[in-house]
Design a protein around this ligand. Structure first.
Ligand code: GLV
Ligand code: GLV
Length: 317
């Protein structure tokens, strides 16, 4: 058996696979593979551990006739043609749970960074522009008593809501499913998207990217935001109409926005660099030692399970 890993992962994935007598090939350059490279390395693989930056379409899947499992080193799996994999009897797995707290932490970091204008303050100090304490210097907003709207009440949305609750926020949520546990823990109130957007002071996106959520926050929805609103996206860039959002930020139609994800990553719209009322992170939601190590373990264990004829631990299809 042979497994191809498309990047150098932290943790013990390789050791776990080797211990199970699985041959491992790692693409250890610090960049995404080209399609040709992918096909070259993966053509005889029984399993693949893939990264978000790998687009696994039907062509790639067809180039791996032996493949039985694709383990995406991420919770989101919009980079994989899951329906086609299923047709080819390939199990696709992801890494839920192990990155929930890390991602909720980064969402909350962006909320605070936006609300208290932390990057602007940092820039003043670094550029030696700090002239001393001032009564009107960098006024932001408190979180206490603010309406905190969560889009998507899955694991990460719920974990973010718990954090916001601890800061004194009222939790609102938009979701296909009622989350009674979340309601019980935080007093969260479920509401339609438009109602949530109109009533929230902070909105944090925790939806997977699907055909239904693509461009969900379109112009008509974004225009409903309060002028004092803060919008945070740690999910997928494509959920938001980025162009409209940038225009609104330019015209100060909302207070600020925190981005961990973008449309067309890693090619970021240069208009964003010109804005002071944004906080820009390089897709690091799950980038903790804890999460990335556990993600590697979980990916390897899923692959081992499938290749030894057992059920996958965290299948998506
Ligand atoms: C990160 O974006 C993930 O989906 O795990
Ligand atoms: C989604 O998969 C989540 O973990 O919130």
């Amino acid at each position: 058996m042979k497994v191809f890993i498309t990047g150098d992962l932290p943790g013990n994935a390789v050791d776990l696979l080797l211990k199970n007598k699985i041959e491992v090939v790692v693409f250890d350059k610090d960049r995404a593979l080209t399609k040709e490279e992918f096909v070259k390395y993966a053509k005889d693989a029984d399993g693949v551990i893939s990264l978000l930056r790998d687009k696994i379409d039907s062509e790639i899947i067809d180039s791996m006739p032996n493949c039985k499992v694709i383990a995406n080193y991420a919770v989101g799996f919009n980079n994989i043609d899951v329906a086609y994999a299923k047709k080819k009897k390939i199990v696709v797995v992801n890494t839920p749970d192990v990155l929930t707290d890390s991602t909720a932490d980064i969402a909350m970091s962006l909320v605070l960074a936006c609300a208290r204008r932390i990057p602007e303050g940092e820039k003043i100090v670094r550029n030696k522009k700090f002239k001393g304490w001032g009564p009107k210097l960098l006024l932001g907003y408190e979180l206490r008593n603010k309406n905190f709207g969560i889009l998507g009440a899955g694991r990460i949305g719920a974990a973010t809501a718990l954090r916001a609750k601890a800061f004194g926020c009222n939790i609102l949520y938009y979701s296909n499913h009622q989350n009674l546990k979340l309601e019980k823990a935080t007093g969260a109130i479920k509401m339609p998207l438009k109602t949530l957007i109109k009533n929230s002071d902070v909105i944090s996106i925790h939806l997977p990217l699907t055909a239904k959520t693509n461009n969900l926050l379109n112009e008509g929805i974004l225009k409903l935001l309060k002028p004092s609103a803060i919008l945070i996206n740690t999910a997928r860039g494509e959920v938001v109409d980025e162009k409209v959002l940038i225009q609104m930020l330019k015209e100060k139609k909302i207070f600020s926005a925190g981005f961990d994800v973008y449309q067309n990553e890693p090619n970021i719209n240069p208009e964003l660099f010109k804005l002071d009322n944004v906080v820009l992170l390089p897709h690091i939601g799950s980038a903790t030692v804890e999460a990335r190590t556990e993600m590697a373990d979980l990916s390897a264990k899923n692959v081992i399970a499938v290749l030894s004829g057992k059920k996958a631990i965290t299948p998506v299809n």
